[in-house]
Design a protein around this ligand. Structure first.
Ligand SMILES: *Cc1c(COP(=O)(O)O)cnc(C)c1O
Length: 367
């Protein structure tokens, strides 16, 4: 990594939120409803490159009605978390992996690439400044949302000539406050998330906009999440909602964790990657391959599939209890969270919160 040549100007908030108010928010943070006192912004123009890097008070971004993002959707984002550590410091989890994925998303949307170390430094500065906003309760975290939008005003259809990168932060409560609960999933035959050559591997706003109607369809069918199939054969399982999907074949120490292999129609989750690594360390076999809807259903019928779980930064691991298609439905084992899913979940949380050793250097200290 080359060192960042940007110097961040620090403009602290003249009147940060009073302690009592902040503590009231942290007592019941929810998700994405409250934001910390600061944000980090960096501008990019063709002639100056990245410049005007600053830490400043969280505030609206002034925007002209002809801002190109509003019309043509050059908008990408990331999601990662900062965790309170046992020694009272705060650490982010594998931020450089998010930084590299952000570069990939930028390339796909014809946007400028932010250097990895600048991305990480921007996140680190925000966490350090707003460290009082990092929740201390178990499974509570500070969620970081780096994003980039076009900032040029024009209706010309072409990549914008100027961009804004920003990082904001929101305290996040426990995803499963009452204990881990399985979800039901709807296998959508009507909609696809990603097609070969499309933007599926990029974390762009448009992918999310396009997925909402399928999520609504799943809800109409009485399911919690939508399962995405490949766009060509409508047969191979790709993802669930905005998470990756894993299948546990076998049980106990003989379990194998199987997940769809990465293609340009899958989003390469940091959680997916971390779990594959952890699974190996815990003695499970792992395999990245193709899994069809038929494989899933017959595997549950003959008992070869013992557990299925979704994984992503927000919930870490979400067990899948039931699956439905237009024609049929089935239960995964007894429909309850399985031991391998729960063990992996606990192991990853322990790495993230510093309860276990960190052999791969996944934690990035901020304070
Ligand atoms: C963000 C995202 C994921 C999960 O990625 P993590 O890095 O594990 O949070 C999976 N699928 C989609 C479509 C996503 O946008």
């Amino acid at each position: 990594m080359t060192p960042s040549h940007l110097t961040f100007e620090r403009r602290p908030h003249p009147s940060p939120r009073p302690t009592a108010e902040r503590e009231a928010i942290l007592a019941a943070p929810g998700f994405g409803r409250h934001f910390t006192d600061h944000m980090v912004t960096i501008a990019w123009t063709e002639d100056r490159g990245w410049h005007n890097a600053r830490l400043e008070p969280y505030a609206p971004i002034p925007m002209d009605p002809s801002n190109m993002t509003l019309h043509y959707g050059q908008a990408i984002f990331e999601g990662l978390k900062a965790y309170a550590q046992p020694d009272k410091t705060v650490a982010m989890f594998r931020p450089e992996v998010n930084a590299r994925r952000f570069q990939l998303s930028a390339r796909r949307l014809a946007m400028p690439e932010l250097p990895v170390d600048t991305f990480v430094e921007a996140c680190e500065l925000l966490v350090r400044e707003d460290a009082a906003w990092v929740p201390q309760e178990p499974e509570h975290t500070l969620y970081l949302r780096p994003f980039m939008i076009a900032s040029e005003n024009s209706l010309g259809v072409r990549p914008a000539a100027s961009y804004l990168f920003a990082v904001i932060a929101t305290p996040a409560g426990a995803y499963f406050p009452g204990g881990v609960e399985p979800v039901s999933v709807w296998v959508s035959q009507s909609y696809v998330r990603a097609a070969p050559g499309g933007t599926g591997a990029a974390k762009c706003a448009g992918n999310y906009a396009a997925s909402l109607i399928a999520q609504a369809e799943a809800a109409q069918q009485g399911c919690d999440q939508v399962v995405w199939l490949d766009a060509v054969e409508r047969r191979w399982i790709e993802e669930v909602g905005v998470m990756n999907l894993c299948f546990v074949y076998g049980t106990g120490s003989d379990a194998t964790i199987v997940t769809p292999r990465l293609t340009d129609t899958l989003l390469a989750g940091v959680t997916r990657d971390s779990l594959l690594s952890l699974a190996g360390e815990l003695g499970y076999a792992t395999r990245e391959t193709r899994i069809s809807v038929e494989d899933w259903q017959t595997g549950c019928a003959d008992g070869s599939i013992s557990e299925v779980f979704a994984c992503g930064t927000a919930a870490v691991i979400t067990p899948v209890g039931q699956a439905r298609t237009a024609d049929t439905s089935w239960t995964i084992a007894d429909g309850r969270p399985g031991p391998v899913s729960l063990r992996l979940r606990e192991a990853l949380l322990r790495r993230q919160t510093g309860a276990d050793t960190d052999p791969h250097g996944w934690l990035h200290p901020c304070t």
